[in-house]
Design a protein around this ligand. Structure first.
Ligand code: NAP
Length: 251
């Protein structure tokens, strides 16, 4: 089977490891191209957008892809919508790995907000010391609240206008709880702003905030379109082994 894996996540890297050297499949891993030095992968990779659902459909046809696995991040909703549209049009099986969201537990002090803009507003007018751990693409939105001190961490440095009082930490997960606790204590952080990414790689900051009694402003997940939902890379491959070609839309 010729497979396209839409990736950029731990699950996509696991799929690449599972498929490497598997003579039954020929898989390509696609990355958004957001990270300057992505982790090396044991299968063919490509990077950068396809040009919307139309571009993705053209790529899938040109490469004679038989099935797609959407293993993208819970907040990457656009590429997932494109995958649903393109696979629907071509009648290709689409399996989507859905990573469960974190749920608050006893001791968590979460304030749920709908968007990053709402997270900026939720910080309030009084100056706070804030840890931003939500990737680099939306950091510029915090320039609207320049009264706060920010510590921001992401894999690559941010670009664009940033709030004036921002310390940037360049790091790639996974992170452990002791290190996260130290980071929050050293920075005298009062509030953490996070996406509800789910999974274990970035959960330590949530545990550390709980232990230290810190509030977390949690940005809600977008509605992310899916094909056949599964909960793991192994389940995705099992689902494909049962999948037959779908009828293209309107055929
Ligand atoms: P997105 O909003 O779903 O995608 C925007 C566009 O980027 C897509 O329309 C597509 O461009 C391209 N794209 C995204 N993923 C791709 C992939 N795997 N292969 C090829 N092209 C891809 O996703 P995003 O802008 O990358 O990220 C949205 C949020 O998700 C970020 O703020 C971040 O918090 C989170 N996130 C994303 C990733 C990731 O690897 N993408 C990883 C961690 C976190 P075309 O329409 O031109 O095809």
């Amino acid at each position: 089977m010729r497979l396209l894996i839409l990736g950029g996540t731990t699950e996509a890297s696991t799929l690449a490891r599972l498929l490497a050297g598997d003579a039954r499949h020929q898989a390509t891993l696609s990355l958004a191209g957001r990270t300057a030095s992505p982790r090396a992968q044991p299968i063919a990779t490509r990077a950068g957008g396809f040009g919307g659902a139309d571009g993705l459909a053209e790529w899938l046809s040109a490469e004679k892809v038989d099935a797609v696995i959407d293993a993208t991040h819970p907040y990457a909703d656009q590429i997932s919508a494109n995958a649903v549209t393109a696979c629907d049009r071509l009648g290709l099986p689409l399996v989507s790995i859905v990573r469960p969201a974190w749920l608050p537990v006893n001791g968590d002090r979460w304030q749920n907000v709908e968007s990053t803009e709402d997270a900026v507003a939720a910080l309030g007018p009084a100056a706070r010391r804030v840890f931003l751990s939500l990737g680099r693409q939306e950091l510029h939105l915090f320039a609207a609240a320049p009264q706060h001190h920010y510590v921001a961490r992401s894999i690559d440095p941010p670009d664009g206008a940033l709030p004036p009082d921002l310390v940037f930490i360049q790091a790639r997960g996974p992170f452990d709880k002791a290190a996260e606790r130290k980071l929050l204590l050293d920075g005298r952080i009062e509030t953490v702003v996070s996406k509800n990414s789910g999974g274990s790689a970035t959960y330590a900051k949530i545990e550390a905030a709980r232990e230290l009694g810190l509030g977390v402003i949690m940005i809600a997940r977008p509605a992310k379109p899916t094909g056949q939902p599964v909960d793991s890379p192994q389940a995705a491959l099992a689902a494909l082994s049962h999948a037959g070609p779908r009828s293209p839309r309107g055929v």
